[in-house]
Design a protein around this ligand. Structure first.
Ligand SMILES: Nc1ncnc2c1ncn2[C@@H]1O[C@H](COP(=O)(O)OP(=O)(O)O)[C@@H](O)[C@H]1O
Ligand SMILES: [Mg+2]
Length: 354
């Protein structure tokens, strides 16, 4: 996708990805960063790129794109302002991209990585555009795991008024109160409290995943701005999953149920791949997403994305046992099994496909 104001491809000049120089390149990329300011707020909800943005191309300022954009089969994600987050993300992307040469089973589910590039005055992670073969895709972002915060948050007791105010807003949306009288008096909560509330109000703690965003031709829902924030019971989560697939009448030469079946097969393949993967065993996945795409011609896909808070765990993890402080378990496979179970249920119930 070529945007009118996009700089020419020759500006893709920095840190071209070369697997043979991976370690060197990675160290170089990290050390050249100027801004090491941690993000001022807790991470905003995943900005699933809305279709309108993708179709039109992200508008450009004089010097570079403001946000993520896709062009010529590549997807450009702005680098994080935190070096730690960037290092987490590039570690995973490099392991998986290199793993394509060594038959690492996870690799086919992770977008190929082409290094950090400059476009105008901004730096981007250059990835294969997962949606390059889709026509007007419908999208869904599912955050995996039984918790969405790193264990280091357990030690962070900083009171945050911004998170308190956000939760007050969520209470208004939910129509019920979840903050304690003490928190109201202090008008502040910690990041840990914010995160655990979000995990417990959604299906994260119970199912090991939550639907964080759905984008279709008719709506763009993020957890912050919709009922997804509190989709916790099976029925609510299934409704969200179903809402991501086109209706029967919108589909051409295919049915949404067939698409759900293909997705289920892909999820099963993903689980097999993860269970055979060394990279997966040695990584703690926090805040990472499964990214789903579908279009009305019947094309579907699911991939692993977003590794900002995903880090190495050399002792190895099982991913299918409960988390206890200190064991670093993320429950990724618990989430994947539940996701498969709910797709199976959806497929088996006729009323979802009328
Ligand atoms: N390789 C890719 N191809 C196409 N779209 C992508 C790709 N990677 C990410 N996206 C889109 O960008 C959004 C944000 O990416 P993500 O990695 O989750 O970044 P963030 O750290 O901002 O949450 C995703 O929800 C998805 O819509
Ligand atoms: Mg994300």
């Amino acid at each position: 996708m070529q945007t009118a104001l996009a700089p020419p491809a020759t500006q893709d000049r920095v840190d071209r990805f070369d697997p043979s120089h991976m370690t060197q390149r990675c160290a170089g990329a990290g050390s050249s960063f100027q801004e090491e300011v941690p993000p001022p707020m807790t991470k905003q909800p995943t900005p699933v790129v809305p279709m309108a943005t993708r179709d039109a191309g992200v508008s450009d300022t004089a010097f570079g794109h403001a946000g993520p954009f896709s062009e010529d089969g590549f997807f450009y994600k702005p680098v994080s302002t935190s070096q730690e987050r960037l290092a987490n993300e590039t570690r995973m992307l490099e392991l998986c991209t290199n793993g394509r040469q060594t038959n690492e089973p996870m690799s086919r589910f992770v977008p190929e990585y082409f290094g950090i590039v400059n476009r105008g005055q901004r730096r981007y992670i250059k990835l294969r555009d997962l949606l390059r073969d889709f026509s007007k895709p419908w999208l869904m972002d599912i955050k995996m795991g039984v918790r969405c915060y790193a264990e280091k948050e357990l030690k962070n007791s900083k009171p945050r008024n911004d998170l308190y105010l956000r939760m007050v807003k969520m209470e208004g949306r939910m129509g019920r109160e979840v903050l304690t009288p003490e928190e109201r008096a202090a008008q502040a909560i910690t990041k840990l409290r914010w995160m655990t509330l979000r995990d417990s109000l959604s299906s994260t703690q119970t199912l090991g995943f939550r639907v964080d965003a759905v984008v279709t031709s008719s709506f763009h829902k993020t957890a912050f701005e919709s009922e997804l924030f509190m989709a916790r019971e099976d029925a609510d989560v299934m409704a969200a999953l179903r809402s991501f697939l086109p209706s029967r009448t919108a589909c051409v030469g295919c049915t949404p149920r067939e698409m759900a079946c293909t997705l289920l097969i892909q999820l099963r393949e993903l689980r097999q791949a993860l269970m055979a993967s060394k990279v997966f065993t040695e990584t703690e996945f926090i805040g990472s997403s499964l990214f789903f795409a579908a279009d009305t011609t019947g094309k579907v896909g699911v991939w692993m994305i977003d590794f900002n808070v995903t880090s190495a765990c050399d002792t190895g993890l099982r991913h299918d046992i409960p988390w206890e402080a200190g064991n670093r378990e993320d429950g990724y496979l618990i989430g994947l099994r539940n996701l498969e179970r709910l797709w199976e249920l959806l497929i088996s119930q006729d009323e979802h496909w009328q």
